[in-house]
Design a protein around this ligand. Sequence first.
Ligand code: SF4
Length: 334
Amino acid sequence: MSQGGVVPGGVVTSLEPYEDPLDLMDEIDQLKKDRDATILAHFYVDGEIQDIADFSGDSLKLARDATTVSTSTILFAGVHFMAETAKMLSPDKRVLIPDLKAGCSLAESCPPQALKKYQDELREKGHDFQTVAYINTSAAVKSLCDWIVTSGNAREIVERVPKDKEILFVPDRHLGRYLSEVTGRKMILWPGSCMVHEVFSIQDLLRAKKNTPGSIVMAHPECPQNILEVTDFIGGTEAMRKYAMSLEEPKTFLVATEANMLHPLEKSAPQHTFVPVPGIMASTGETCACNRCPHMALNTLQAVRNCLRDETPEIEWQPYFESARGVVAKSLLN
Ligand code: SF4
């Protein structure tokens, strides 16, 4: 149970005293009614928060779910860019997020000013391109782009980019490299990466694979090439869930993505065994639990309760949301 502490990356998740999770869940249930709120939770937040949510899923599903909500308030248990996306798609709703500090290393690797400067430089050099952004970007960055992709729809969107255009893909170089390989489209890659998916240990993965004959390796396309090369199934979180559900015979899966993903996998496909692939600390070379996202970990039950109780923090509408909304709607809702 997440009752505070320090998670890998040195982020303090909560300093609040221990509270019984069942009491907190009851309190949240009541507050949802009092505040006319719907809870959306990403697959990477703690399982107990996914269990109390009205909708859980990957970024694509949650962006679509946000547009179907009938309550006046959305609480987004995830990270900042996800709550921003919900706000831009549902401007009339009040969108709350348990902790405004819940960012994303990928989104932060691509500041809007730096992207604009790079786009201008490429145009000056004669490049005729469209910018395709992974959804893990700020709204300000999305407003500078032509298309938005999630790991769930990336191939389909890349295929919609006119063939006579080059593609500038931001911010995840690993996902961009993988997409370039599977679509055959040449891409200019922004040098960003996810702090969680970069730390998987190829040695530990190969050892686990050897020690578990018949196991299936599942990895997120945000992982580096050396991990994907030994992976049996590459896909976003929802694709992983559907793939596991499609196999009836019990299997052991070695899972290379954020460790909380094991919760929906175990719920959806209980016939299988899911084993998280360990991370490795770059500074010491030691195996660690850094396959937990420190930003997602800020979504504790207490933080969700406090957010509903105090009705803050809230995602405020920004002028650039309007242009970002057009790109997001074209890419994710059509
Ligand atoms: S797991 Fe990686 S990509 Fe996902 S929110 Fe955390 S830092 Fe960002």
